[in-house]
Write a protein that binds this ligand. Structure first.
Ligand code: ZN
Length: 91
């Protein structure tokens, strides 16, 4: 499929509509690293305390790590915004 939009949210809408995808969900437990495309793995926040800013550590409970590039992920504003869009699409 060729995606026309330059905006990520609109790209998501195009893909969902084109493939008639139902019940879209955003779940860190089945996510992939956007850099490596490997599945991310849940990791205890206490194991990564030195890798993330204090504020992020204090305000989040769930974290995932890419074992290849060691990038850490959490449900930040970007994911929360995507979840709102997904709820709207599913609704
Ligand atoms: Zn990675």
């Amino acid at each position: 499929m060729f995606v026309n939009s330059q905006k990520e949210i609109e790209q998501l809408r195009e893909i969902i509509k084109n493939f008639d995808i139902k019940n879209v969900k955003i779940d860190g437990n089945i996510a992939r690293c956007p850099k490596c495309n490997l599945k991310t793995q849940s990791i205890s926040k206490h194991k990564i305390i030195e890798k993330i800013p204090n504020k992020i550590f204090e305000n989040n409970e769930k974290f995932w790590e890419c074992k290849f590039c060691e990038k850490i992920f959490w449900e930040g504003t970007h994911i929360k915004n995507l979840q709102k869009i997904v709820e709207e699409i599913n609704g």
